[in-house]
Design a protein around this ligand. Structure first.
Ligand code: NAI
Ligand code: 15L
Length: 274
């Protein structure tokens, strides 16, 4: 039967709040988990940290799938990333395994492959030059490294335990693109919900890696594996291009903070221990 009850972790965050609003129209009954309080609503809510194994077991009990968004979502100290994204994602998968949940959709990130040079075309990139889902991990931060770990953890739990995952390397999921780089990465909230719906319902995904973006004219990566799940993006960031380019000017593919997929994550002062 198609999945119906879905646990949304990280439900209080930006993407979680957007998906909480949009996924019920695709037929889902959501359960929400976050370590901070979520705005009250009709859903069952679990306020717990990913370190709380007992709470995770209870939260996933009886759901058809989990959309795993919870965690640190930008660069941070190694210790914080380790705790929330590495250990936290492991605890989530252990709960999923113990309770027999068949599928997870994992919010990976473009920063798992952030040090790949970006295509240099100023606008439409020829299909043959798009970055593929098989691109090697090239994390640009401890944060990106934790997403590489999450993808590998998902592969292990598929190979060892038969738990399916779609790892979605999300570009930038916000109501609107706000930088020239985001013209290439943008995942509109409505397309985000379409992508999660496809990832929840496609048959036999095993562990599949997809990029999460809208059908942007300036896309840098190949949406082929996402489309193969049934994802049909409807939006294109190009409608924002004139305004953003007039305000900000074109990006320079030779500038160190714009030369790679991960953009400024590749050059932001890292949070190394002293
Ligand atoms: P966010 O930072 O707004 O939300 C993350 C949520 O996770 C927060 O509500 C936070 O309280 C919760 N959380 C953090 N650590 C936790 C823990 N230990 N236990 C329980 N809850 C915890 O991030 P956003 O933008 O909503 O992103 C959601 C997910 O998607 C993240 O995993 C992020 O890495 C990923 N992603 C987001 C992108 C975007 O464009 N927004 C792009 C690529 C990936
Ligand atoms: C991410 O992985 C972050 O979670 C999000 O906040 C954005 O920074 C996004 O990548 C991006 O690259 O724009």
């Amino acid at each position: 039967r198609p999945p119906r009850t879905v646990l949304l972790t990280g439900a209080a965050g930006g993407v979680g709040t957007l998906m909480r609003g949009l996924l019920p129209a695709h037929g889902y009954e959501l359960r929400l988990l976050d370590r901070v309080a979520v705005d009250p609503g009709p859903e069952r809510v679990v306020t717990a940290d990913l370190a709380d194994r007992a709470a995770l077991r209870e939260a996933v009990r009886g759901v058809d799938a989990v959309i795993h968004l919870a965690g640190i979502s930008v660069e941070s100290t190694f210790e914080k990333v380790l705790r929330a994204n590495v250990e936290g994602t492991y605890h989530l998968y252990e709960a999923v395994r113990a309770e027999g949940v068949p599928r997870v959709v994992f919010a990976s990130s473009n920063h798992a492959v952030g040090y790949h040079p970006r295509p240099r075309h100023p606008r439409r990139v020829p299909a043959g030059e798009l970055i593929g889902a098989g691109a090697a991990h090239r994390p640009d931060t401890f944060y990106g490294l934790s997403k590489c770990f999450g993808e590998d953890l998902a592969q292990l739990y598929w190979d060892r335990h038969g738990i399916e995952t779609v790892s979605a390397r999300i570009g930038s999921c916000f109501p609107e693109p706000t930088s020239v780089r985001m013209l290439s990465l943008w995942l509109s909230p409505a397309d985000g919900a379409r992508l999660f719906h496809a990832a929840l319902t496609a048959p036999d995904v095993g562990h599949t890696v997809v990029y999460g973006s809208s059908a942007n004219t300036r896309l840098w990566w190949d949406l082929g594996t996402a489309r193969a799940l049934g994802y049909e993006p409807q939006d294109d960031s190009e409608v924002y291009a004139d305004k953003l380019l007039a305000e900000l000017g074109p990006d320079d593919p030779d500038a160190p903070d714009q030369a790679n997929l991960g953009g400024p994550f590749c050059t932001d002062p890292p949070i190394w221990p002293r």
